[in-house]
Ligand binder design. Sequence first.
Ligand code: SF4
Ligand code: SF4
Length: 437
Amino acid sequence: MVRLKEFKDNTKNVLIQPAPSSSKVYIPLSQHIGKPCAALVKIGEEVTLGQKIANVQAQVYAPIHSSISGKVVDIQNWPHPAIGRCKTIVIENNFKDSPSTIHQPLSSQDQLTSQQIRDIIFEAGIVGMGGAGFPTHIKLNPPKQIDTLIINAAECEPFLTADSSLMVEKTQEILLGIGLTAKCVGAKNVYIAIEDNKPEAIKKFQSVSGLRSAVYEHQPNTKNQKPLNTIVLKSRYPQGSEKQLIKNISGKEIPRNKLPFDLGVVVQNIATVFAIYEAVYLNKPLYERVITVTGSCLTNPKNVLARIGTPIKDLIDFCAPVKEKPAKIIIGGPMMGIAQYTDTVPVIKTTTGIILFNAKEASGQEEDFCIRCGECIRECPVGLMPCLINLASEKQLWEQTKVNGALDCVECGICSYVCPANRNLVQSIKRAKKKLL
Ligand code: SF4
Ligand code: SF4
């Protein structure tokens, strides 16, 4: 793991601000791992806030909801932050926010069974909001006995502070979400993992009274459950990678071709846990989320509560004036994020941040020949030899990239970061993974 310059000061300890509702939202039908959804609405149809507007018959997917009330004005191919372009429902806002409900109001949440909680999570369209986009109702229904739940609050990417703000402002709600998550998987040990560069969040979680009762409010038999443990991790990258987190906290190493549940562990991102709280307690589907909008080009960087489908241009305007024209816009963190070709691209369920780089920051250095220094091998957190995968990928020897473990790459970007020859290692590994999957 490496220590990166953080660049978090601009938005650290800044209150979350709700972004103004846009006149139109662009809601893509693909926002999760699995089969893209199909539209349930037609052009011209009126929709309400939180209405389910897309669904599909498949094993792995999550439904999609409207983030505003208004009229469907188009269903078209539109820029997508992760996959280029995608079929997208365009809704014109009537600014009424007329609400929908996803489930009947509950008289008492503690009477919910694990399956009922998972059903609500599914109906709310919740997916892993740390970037993975895996449907949460599936992740919380593992085929094996789980003893450990780890709440991933590391937020180890530079620039991003959305999770950190959420932890400080919504501690009690997050605890209730953790309790629901722990009940779903039946975990006896619950850890919340926070990097040491978030002292306010650590203080909140360590000092909150009734920590144990809040987390286990939903457990019928709590005598075997231990209190929530706040684990303070060193600020290193990629501390928040699932495999790394499990190794650091439980000492267990996930073997190749195995998943965390094979070792009795489930890891859940903090923003996802908050969405679970909102779905169960507030009857609210996942139609908005907190994201960091930052970078040296902006005068007023912020953590904003943004509706899904909001064009990022509108959020940039919300943080204006722009000091200088951005030369590069990244969605996500600078290590794992994706450069965008247009600012019309919308916020989706997995968007964690928007970063605007100026020309100097964006200018990449020229790629040189590999000097066989082995730096990428030394730093790869999953023990790969990125230089070899890169060679095979450049020669389009896809089977060889597989033999070299390309599919185990977590796309953390460290190999590219440390390479003295500026090799585009992670890009070539991503290309190989695309060919193999
Ligand atoms: S090979 Fe993949 S996992 Fe290893 S350092 Fe590079 S990007 Fe990270
Ligand atoms: S870090 Fe760069 S130069 Fe060094 S071995 Fe890896 S690819 Fe080659």
